[in-house]
Design a protein around this ligand. Structure first.
Ligand code: NAP
Length: 312
């Protein structure tokens, strides 16, 4: 199949391109100026220069493809540069849907996120709006809603390695966030991170599975871990003992409110809200249907990449 991937140059996108190539597909990758070196095996891909706001580039990327994967997403807005959740999660996706339909491409996969909802954070709301828009099209669609995604970032940004660099290696104790006034269960909120390879496998295999048409898949890994355990696991991989300190969410919220727009401040208000909401799934996925015997668990072995020195 010839498959257009929008958002193919980042962390997840690179693994999707790798999986497409492994399965003998022809990836077409929309590449923004300056991101040329981020394409996975560019010599084996069709590259279309352009931004999601450029309709002509989008048409070129989508034309003659058998499927479109919309994988663009951001975690932080910079409105004065036009980088907003509304533009990239909703308007860009909507434009890609319209162009896919106009070009006669019927198969469309949308990368959403676990926990999206109509009345959530800006991130959650705009991803939910894209899902709702997709339902109104005549496309053969599938929506993937991954939890937090982990795995070797291969030069991109990924949360476990970021935690290792910014929290575990920092001389300050690791924050165990808690809601309310008393730190009764500080850092107790849970995640079930999914490995990036499993997510890429699900994405690519679903393209050929009629069972996935019109289905929304929450995708979580097999192991639920609390924030406290995540800190402990990454410290273990780093070979250190990390002191922790309870931190009330309201305090960070207050500071983040002022610093949201500055790239240097490590966490935005929305990120913190979503983090402390937890990120687990209620439903089970039939992994075998997607060609996965057992999904990769979030454990010390799978996390060795966060500290290549320690891993030897
Ligand atoms: N990482 C997670 O834990 C997680 C969890 C749930 C859902 N997701 C979703 O998974 C998807 C991939 O996430 P990721 O972690 O791989 O993010 P990422 O590494 O930041 O990659 C984002 C991709 O979007 C592209 N992009 C951004 N702005 C664009 C624009 N204006 N025009 C065209 N392309 C643009 C980026 O291109 P450049 O390379 O040029 O910047 C890159 O290819 C996103 O939809 C995200 O919301 C991620």
């Amino acid at each position: 199949m010839r498959v257009t991937i929008l958002g193919g140059t980042g962390f997840v996108g690179g693994y999707i391109v790798e999986q497409l190539l492994e399965q003998g597909h022809d990836p077409v990758v929309l590449v923004r100026r300056g991101s040329e070196s981020k394409v996975y095996q560019p010599e084996r891909c069709w590259l279309v220069p352009g931004d999601i706001g450029d309709d002509e580039a989008l048409r070129d990327a989508v034309r003659n493809s058998d499927a479109v994967i919309y994988n663009i997403g951001i975690i932080r807005e910079f409105p004065n540069r036009g980088i907003t959740f509304q533009a990239l999660h909703f308007e860009g996706a909507r434009r890609a849907m319209d162009i896919a339909e106009a070009e006669g491409v019927t198969r469309f996969l949308l990368m959403s996120a676990n926990g999206v909802k109509a009345h959530g954070t800006g991130y959650q709301r705009t991803k939910y709006m894209a899902e709702e828009a997709l339902r109104t099209t005549g496309l053969d669609w599938t929506v993937l809603r991954p939890s937090l995604i982990f795995g070797d970032p291969r030069g991109n940004t990924e949360f476990a390695q970021q935690l290792y660099r910014d929290v575990i290696r920092s001389p300050l104790p690791a924050p165990l966030f808690f809601d309310g006034v008393l730190p009764l269960d500080a850092g107790g909120f849970e995640m079930a991170p999914i490995h990036v390879r499993d997510l890429a496998t699900v994405a690519v295999n679903s393209l050929n599975l009629p069972e996935t048409l019109g289905v929304v898949y929450p995708l979580c890994g097999p192991r639920r871990v609390s924030w406290r355990e995540i800190i402990g696991l990454i410290a273990e991989v780093a070979g250190v003992t990390k002191p922790t300190v309870p931190v009330p969410v309201w305090a960070v919220h207050t500071v983040a409110t002022f610093f949201d727009r500055f790239a240097l401040f490590p966490v935005t208000r929305d990120q913190l809200s979503m983090l402390t909401q937890g990120n687990t799934c209620d439903s089970e996925v039939n992994w075998q249907m997607f060609g996965i015997d057992a999904p990769i668990a979030f454990d010390a072995e799978a996390l060795a990449y966060v500290n290549p020195v320690q891993a030897g």
